[in-house]
Write a protein that binds this ligand. Structure first.
Ligand code: MLT
Length: 332
């Protein structure tokens, strides 16, 4: 039985090194088969996932020899980290490694909405040459509303400032007087005010109970009719029925969604809307970010399986061995 089970498509030079050191089962579609995952995890010492594998308390309890869950990404919403901590299992993730790529995609989506690049591209590919039809707007001089001023939100802020945008942000956890915020020249305001003021709203929050369906019809209805909404964080933060209704009523002008409430999504009205840009959760998918992410996770898996500490563990408090989920395994 393998030491390391990988349930999604995770490759790269660091993964090759890991495979040379340990017995690794790489099954890119395993996340689709919870029963097979349970069976494989039974004997594994490590599992490595992206965001599609549900690492539940049941999966963790089944892993009698499990020492570490490696999350090849930043979001932890698919992992029951509390159950892992109770069971003495390290959860290692890549908190910074893909932030820059997500920030760059966000700027790309903002520009694509402002200049209607996907629609112009489709029309031109089809033989059109309709310059007036694709008259857009500039980002310069517009107000960007950043919801969530963490690592990615700040990288977006720096880049948007270079485009000449005015920045406002909503983040109840951020101290407006902190030097980092003051250097960004971002004005922290309430969410409702941000929605009413911004020409573009972009979301960079983690998915937690308080942020689930944060953007619903009522909130979209507060936006300017000319404003657009960008989401490259987590799809579950948007009530998609509310967004569709708001777009149909012209309450906002457009949206760009890299993430969906259910992934992969069913084909729905959003896919048919000209003013909506859709991408398949590619924020973190650049060659550079993937190399960094996979290297960070493989480093921690190798460390833990060699009896050393993980660098990026997400558990709080640090996992204690010999606890309830894995009583047989962790005696040290
Ligand atoms: C992340 O959470 O790091 C990104 O959304 C990419 C991913 O989920 O794998």
């Amino acid at each position: 039985m393998p030491d390391v089970v990988i349930s999604e498509n995770i490759t790269g030079p660091a993964m090759e090194e890991l495979r040379q050191r340990f017995d690794v089962a790489l099954e890119p579609e395993l996340w689709r088969s919870p029963d097979r995952l349970l069976a494989l995890v039974r004997e594994a010492r490590a599992i490595i996932v992206r965001n599609q594998t549900r690492v539940t308390a049941e999966v963790l309890a089944a892993g009698q020899r499990l020492e570490i869950v490696g999350r090849a990404g930043a979001g932890l919403d698919n992992i029951d980290t509390e159950a892992a901590t109770r069971g003495g299992i390290v959860v290692s993730y890549a908190p910074n490694e893909n932030s820059l790529s997500v920030a760059e995609l966000t700027l790309g989506l903002m520009l694509a909405l402002a200049r209607r690049i996907p629609a112009a591209d489709r029309d031109t590919h089809a033989g059109g040459w309709n310059r007036q039809q694709f008259t857009g707007v500039e980002l310069s001089g517009k107000t960007l509303g950043i919801v969530g001023l963490g690592r990615i939100g700040r990288l977006v802020a720096q880049r948007a400032r270079a485009f000449g945008m005015t920045l406002v942000a909503y983040d109840p956890l951020v101290d407006p007087q902190s030097p980092a915020v003051r250097n960004l020249e971002v004005r922290l305001i309430g969410l409702e005010e941000l929605l009413a003021t911004a020409d573009c709203v972009t979301c960079h929050l983690p998915l937690v109970p308080a942020t689930r369906a944060l953007f619903d019809y009522q909130r979209f209805a507060l936006m300017k009719r000319t404003a657009v909404f960008v989401n490259a964080s987590r799809g579950e933060m948007v009530d998609e029925a509310g967004l569709i209704r708001a777009l149909e009523e012209g309450r906002l002008a457009g949206a760009a969604l890299d993430v969906r409430a259910c992934e992969p999504p069913q084909r729905d009205q959003l896919a048919a809307m000209e003013q909506v840009i859709l991408t398949p959760h590619i924020g973190a998918f650049t060659l550079e970010a993937q190399d960094r992410v996979v290297a960070a996770v493989c480093r921690d898996v190798t460390a833990v399986l060699s009896g050393e500490a993980a660098e990026n563990h997400a558990n709080f408090p640090r996992p204690q061995r010999g606890t309830e989920l894995n009583p047989k395994n962790h005696s040290g």
